[in-house]
Each structure stands twice: as C-alpha cells, then as structure tokens.
Design a protein around this ligand. Structure first.
Ligand SMILES: [Zn+2]
Length: 144
C-alpha cells in the first residue's frame, strides 16, 4: 500500500450494516479486502465503542473514490436500519469513541478537515447517515 501522505482530512463512514448487528472490525476489513484488494479504513468502531486500528495511519486507505491521499478513514459499525435504509445507528459508546478519536487527531493536526463521506463532492451516498458538521458543532454527549 502506498504511503498516506501528510494528514489533512478525516472522513467518517458507516459500515452500512443493520442496526444492532455486532459486526467485528476484522470482518469489515475482510469484506473490503475481498472487494477492493486492501483494507479500506484506518479505524473501525464496533458497537461497544471499541476502536480498532485496522490500517496504520501512515498508509493510504481506500474509502473515498480518488480522494484517499492524506485522508484518514474512520468507519462505525451500523448505519442502516433493519430494512436497509440510512439511519444514524451509533450507540452512545460509538458516538463517544468517535468524538474522542476525532479530538485526538484534531489535537495532533489543528488544520484537519473532518467530514462525512457524503460531504465529498460528487458522492451520491448517505454514508455515514448523519450530519458530521452539525454533530461536531454540538457539545460533547458526555456533557449533555
Ligand atoms: Zn462511506
């Protein structure tokens, strides 16, 4: 895998797995390897809020078409309802873990741009099934 390059973006994804289905990070990675020939995301956050580093943050992922240079990919398990429709299914533990991960990278890279997959130009997907900018603008859940 080629190097990631200087970190400039962090893109949030969902796995598009049904609400409540406990899919392991390594399962997501194996699906991506079968589909794209490599692990797509740098981090996968499971339902219990555990954060799995699936790819070193020095290597390029495969998660936004043509836009993976300097772009970290973070995926939470879930993202659709039981009928397959887009839904923010993040558990409180996932939401807190995601916020902590974003905060850690923002601390290291103050100019980091954090957005959802769907916020990239030309992306016609609902991923990650929530409004990243609006969520980031809110006070942390743990203080709500
Ligand atoms: Zn995505």
């Amino acid at each position: 895998m080629p190097p990631l390059g200087p970190i400039r973006f962090l893109t949030i994804h969902c796995a598009a797995t049904p609400e409540g289905r406990d899919v392991a990070a390594e399962t997501i990675s194996s699906w991506d390897t079968a589909k794209f020939g490599q692990v797509s995301y740098h981090y996968v956050i499971e339902l219990d809020g555990s954060v799995h580093a699936t790819l070193p943050d020095t290597l390029k992922g495969a998660h936004v078409g043509g836009r993976n240079t300097g772009n970290l990919g973070v995926c939470y398990v879930g993202g659709v309802d039981k009928a397959g429709r887009p839904k923010d299914t993040r558990t409180p533990a996932q939401t807190m873990a995601l916020r902590a991960l974003v905060a850690a990278y923002r601390a290291r890279f103050p100019d980091l741009v954090v957005r959802g997959h769907r916020d990239w130009p030309g992306v016609a997907k609902a991923c990650p099934s929530f409004d990243v900018a609006a969520w980031l603008a809110h006070a942390p859940e743990e203080r709500a």
